[in-house]
Write a protein that binds this ligand. Sequence first.
Ligand SMILES: CC(C)(COP(=O)(O)OP(=O)(O)OC[C@H]1O[C@@H](n2cnc3c(N)ncnc32)[C@H](O)[C@@H]1OP(=O)(O)O)[C@@H](O)C(=O)NCCC(=O)NCCS
Length: 184
Amino acid sequence: MKNRTQENIHLTTEKLQRELLSRKYIQEIFKELTDEVTKYLRVPTPKNIEQEEEWIKKSKETYKKWENINFIVTDDAGDFIWTCWLMDLNTSTPEIGLRLKESARGKGYGKEMIAGLIKRLEAHKKFEYIIYRAHVENVATNKIAKSLGGELQLDEQWNAKIFTERKFDKSSSFESVEYRIYKK
Ligand SMILES: CC(C)(COP(=O)(O)OP(=O)(O)OC[C@H]1O[C@@H](n2cnc3c(N)ncnc32)[C@H](O)[C@@H]1OP(=O)(O)O)[C@@H](O)C(=O)NCCC(=O)NCCS
């Protein structure tokens, strides 16, 4: 991903627009980061908006180093859908992820967002494979990964390999599985 042009940052998909994360949507981000959403994520439910300020600040730093990119996603009417991201861009195994506000779920946006991130990496970056992690109970995420060619990682007994993920604030942990998406 050598050329950091507006064109490849603002790559759009069929129904969605992406732009770099900024403070523009901070109120919406804070409002939508509910227990229902964070139960599948390492990020805990924020106690105050300052935590989101901090996240946006850190995100700018990792973007400058060209390690991670966080996007804000809006629909074709310009309404806030939420976020998706590329992580570990300085490695041969970048990771992708997303979250949608509750009212935007079940409309195919999640699949479209992940497909868009894969397309972007395939067009702009050399990689061995892309990592996509899913909470074991997150049916929609697991479906998205499988339908986009993700290969579920298995253990020695050929069962899904289980990863224990700790919340960033260390308050709890949950089990997840890993999919790898190889370049077509
Ligand atoms: C998980 C999430 C990204 C899914 O996005 P979405 O836009 O609702 O999903 P889509 O509409 O694209 O649906 C993808 C598939 O999952 C299915 N699906 C959607 N919601 C579902 C649900 N609640 N239960 C079962 N299947 C579901 C869809 O039918 C579709 O299957 P298909 O391809 O066979 O038709 C979204 O719910 C979310 O942001 N959740 C909170 C944060 C999170 O879990 N992030 C992922 C961390 S890896």
